[in-house]
Design a protein around this ligand. Sequence first.
Ligand code: DQA
Length: 148
Amino acid sequence: MSVRNRIEVMHGVNLDQLARRDPAHYSGMSFEALERGIAAVADELGLSTRFFHTNHEGDFVEHLHRLEGMTDGIVLNPGAWTHYSYAIRDALELTGIPAVEVHLSDLEAREPWRRQSVIAEICIARIQGKGPDGYREALERLRKELAA
Ligand code: DQA
């Protein structure tokens, strides 16, 4: 069987503005630096990555529709959509591809509405509050899953 090492890294709404967001939650890091860091870790772990970002919910959904046969695992941080987008939840579910949900900030320590995730139950793991390091954990988790 061929190696399963293709990871799609998907970011949603407002993540592209990371450097402008509250540094108490997002450390002032730029989105470009975040993606570069994820690519470097993936490389180290022998995973190949593709990156996708959009601020449009329908584009996020349609990107998920296109993933069949294109990737072995998904790392996703849908931003605020996490908390209410059943459309993204349904689209993620229909991919059937193992996914890990990542959040830079600690959602338990923020507003109550951020505690709800409509995608958590269909993800194999949920990582939050670890900043960019959370993505390393997500990639390691997927690597383990894909090797099993
Ligand atoms: C976030 C947390 C969400 O509540 C928020 O809307 C975001 C970013 C995070 O990475 O911590 O945009 O997903």
